[in-house]
Design a protein around this ligand. Structure first.
Ligand code: GLU
Length: 448
């Protein structure tokens, strides 16, 4: 069987870490199986959906590397949904209801006060033709509910194992609102049938929907796809995703200098039995993908971990991949020797510019009184000629022999005098960038 999956965002907001994980899992599974990944834009809610969000969602997915084989909009398919609704009505499985929101709320409260579950009582099924006509004459337009079988719906979930929903204990779902608009339930099933979706992969907040949707698949004469419901993301503390994290958009992360592979590596691995580490590529993550590795416990999204992965990626980035970014930030930073010197100290590519002044510009040397004489005399031992990768070793070797200083008391005063900071890139690599003239200048400024 060839696999076809879909990711179905509503274009009513930006992609965030929670829904992008669903996209990623679908994509990885499709790639692993040599199958197809469809991007379905769930824009039946024409009031809240915007083209701008749709464009942004597509840009974010492309930036992450989650390319789709096909995309379509639900807003182009209203005819198909209407036809499906008619087919269900003809079977007596979609019935008109006239209760107002207030009436439904009253019914709910009464059921609860009597200790009964607040399940819709199906009163509308008992309406006579005359009663319906009377409601319509009053100007009420019906909303339409799907008649659940009242049986237990079972499926073997690829993540959760054997699942069962007692449809007798849930309300018949409303498929069409009073204004004629569709809730997500029916269009999703119609599209899953049309696109021959083999696996519906989504968050576990959809488990209950699956009970009703499996019955709708069958009512429309189709076999329900396989289902996989993944645990939701939680924050590092194990609590639900904070509001901030939950709405942390992919574009925000990109603007903050987070690398796409850091996001995809983390999201592919948290909540699985694989260690959280940087993947070489999306294809490598796809190769390792298996639903069997996804646990039932919620997946912890830790921003600290994200930045660790980011740093690891940045530390290995060849100059060619960052040249343009550096050029745009500060043309002085767009040099290979500079990048190779500073990248190990960068959590994000842009951090490199912090070291531009240190290497090529002006700094304020720092010196302890106790080290002033040492610094004043240090220049005399600087190796002759142009400074290179061996100069720092030769210089500090000579200073050690001359002053008896070693370890931190040898290196730290030099670093402070030459860079103005107690930490930074390797001095052996930095020294040739600073160059002979500036080195001597800074030593002089520090000892003066
Ligand atoms: N648009 C729906 C959502 O974002 C899709 C759910 C599904 O994958 O079936 O919740």
């Amino acid at each position: 069987m060839s696999v076809t999956v879909r990711f179905a965002p509503s274009p009513t907001g930006r992609l965030h870490v929670g829904n992008v994980r669903t996209a990623l899992i679908n994509w990885l599974f499709a790639r692993h199986e040599g199958g197809r990944f469809i991007l379905r834009i769930d824009d039946t809610d024409t009031e809240r959906s915007t083209e701008a969000y749709e464009t942004a969602i597509k840009a974010d997915l492309a930036w992450l590397g989650l390319v789709w084989d096909e995309t379509f909009n639900q807003s182009a398919k209203f005819d198909a949904y209407a036809a499906a609704a008619e087919a269900l009505k003809a079977k007596g499985l979609l019935y008109p209801c006239y209760e107002t929101a207030d009436e439904l709320e009253r019914k709910r409260k009464i059921a609860l006060s009597r200790g009964r579950p607040p399940v819709y009582d199906r009163a509308a099924l008992d309406l006579s033709e005359d009663e319906r006509a009377a409601h319509e004459a009053e100007g009420r337009t019906p909303h339409w509910r799907f008649k659940l079988s009242g049986k237990r719906v079972e499926w073997d979930d690829l993540v959760r194992g054997g699942q069962g929903i007692e449809t007798a204990s849930v309300s018949d779902p409303i498929l069409i609102r009073g204004d004629g608009s569709y809730l997500y339930t029916l269009p999703s099933v119609v599209d899953d049938i049309d696109a021959a979706i083999t696996h519906v992969v989504r968050g576990e907040d959809h488990v209950t929907n699956s009970g009703a949707q499996i019955e709708i698949f069958e009512a429309l004469g189709a076999k329900a796809p396989m289902m996989a419901h993944t645990p939701l993301l939680v924050g590092a503390d194990g609590e639900g995703l904070s509001k901030r994290l939950g709405s942390l958009s992919i574009s925000q992360l990109a603007e903050d200098g987070v690398e796409p592979m850091a996001i995809t590596s983390l999201l592919a691995r948290i909540g699985t039995s694989d260690p959280v580490e940087v993947g070489d590529s999306l294809d490598q993550l796809a190769e390792a993908f298996s639903f069997d590795k996804i646990g039932r416990a919620s997946a912890r999204f830790d921003e600290g971990e994200l930045m660790q992965l980011n740093a690891e990626i940045v530390h290995a980035k060849p100059f060619e991949t960052v040249r343009e970014t550096l050029e745009a930030l500060d043309p002085r930073a767009a040099r290979e020797d500079f990048w190779l010197t500073v990248r190990a100290n960068c959590e994000r590519v842009r951090d490199a510019v912090r070291y531009v002044e240190m290497a090529f510009g002006e700094i304020t040397p720092v010196v302890d009184d106790a080290d002033r004489d040492f610094i004043a005399g240090a220049g005399a031992h600087l190796p002759e000629g142009e400074l290179d990768a061996g100069s720092w070793g030769a210089w500090t070797g000579a200073l050690k022999a001359d002053t008896g200083r070693k370890g931190k008391s040898l290196f730290m005063p030099l670093r402070l005098a030459l860079t103005g900071a107690p930490r930074g890139p390797e001095m052996s690599a930095l020294l040739p960038l600073i160059g002979r003239e500036k080195t001597l200048e800074r030593l002089k400024a520090a000892s003066g």
